[in-house]
Design a protein around this ligand. Sequence first.
Ligand SMILES: [Zn+2]
Length: 285
Amino acid sequence: MSLETMQKMLRKAMSQRYAVGAFNIVDYNSARAVVRTAEELRSPVIIQTSVKTVKFWSPETIVTWVKELAVDSPVPVALHLDHCKDLDCIRQCIDAGWTSVMIDASAKPFEENLLMTRQVLEMAEPAGVSVEAEMGQIVGVEDDIFVSEHDAHLAKPDEAVRFCEGLNLAAFAPAIGTAHGVYKGEPKIDYDSIEEISKRTGIPIALHGGTGLADEVFRKAISLGCAKVNISTAIKYAFIDGFVDYHLENKKYEPLKPLEAQYTRICELVAGNIRLFGSEGKADL
Ligand SMILES: [Zn+2]
C-alpha cells in the first residue's frame, strides 16, 4: 500500500468508535517500529513528525523512510505533520509527500486561526492532503509552543462548531483538558465538550497529550468521538530508555544491540496503545 491520508482512516474509526494511534517518530528505527507493529496487529497507523524532527533531517529524508516502510505494507499508513504554525513549512511537507498536516494557529484570535486554517486547506486540498486544526489551547510544552496552565483555555462547543463550519477537516483538536508532556496531577477531561463537539461538527476529534492518561480515559474519550490519539512523550521515553537501559546492563559497544532493544521497547509501547484504542484488525479501509 502507498501512503494514505488520514481522512478515510479517521472517518471509519469515528463511525466504528475506535481510534487510530498517531505516533511521533524521530528517526528510521522508530518509524520502522511503529509500522511493523501496526502490521502485526493489522491496524491502520499514523506516523507523525514534529516540526523540529522535520528540520533536523529534512522533509525529503523522512518521506524516503516512510514511503519505503509503507510501500509493501498490508496496512494503511499516513504521514502527518504535527503542530505546525508556519505556512512555509507546511508547504514544504506537502510538496515533499506528507499525506496530512496540522495547522496550529490556536494561539491566535479565533478569526485569525480560522483564516490560517482556510489557507492551509487551500494548499492541501489540491494535493490530496488532509488537514487537522486546533482550537482552544492545549497545555504543556511541545515544539517550543509553551502554554502555561494559567493561560490555557478549553474549546467552547459553540465556538468549535462555528470554527468547523464549512471546513473539510480530517481531524479537529479542540482543547478538552488534556496536556502535552507528563501530567503533574489528575487531568480534568471535559467529556461533555468532546461529545457535543463531535456530534455537532461530525469531524473526528484528535486527542492530544495521550501520554499518561488512564485506560478508562482513552476508552471514554474514544466512545464519545475521539478517533485519533497522539502519542509523543511516551515514545521519547521508550526511544531513550530502551537504548540506555540496554547499554547500562551490557556495556558492550555494539551499536546494533541497543538499537534493537530500542526498537523492541517502542514496539511494545505501540502494540499496547493499538490494542487499547481498538484499531487492531481494522486495516481495511
Ligand atoms: Zn499536540
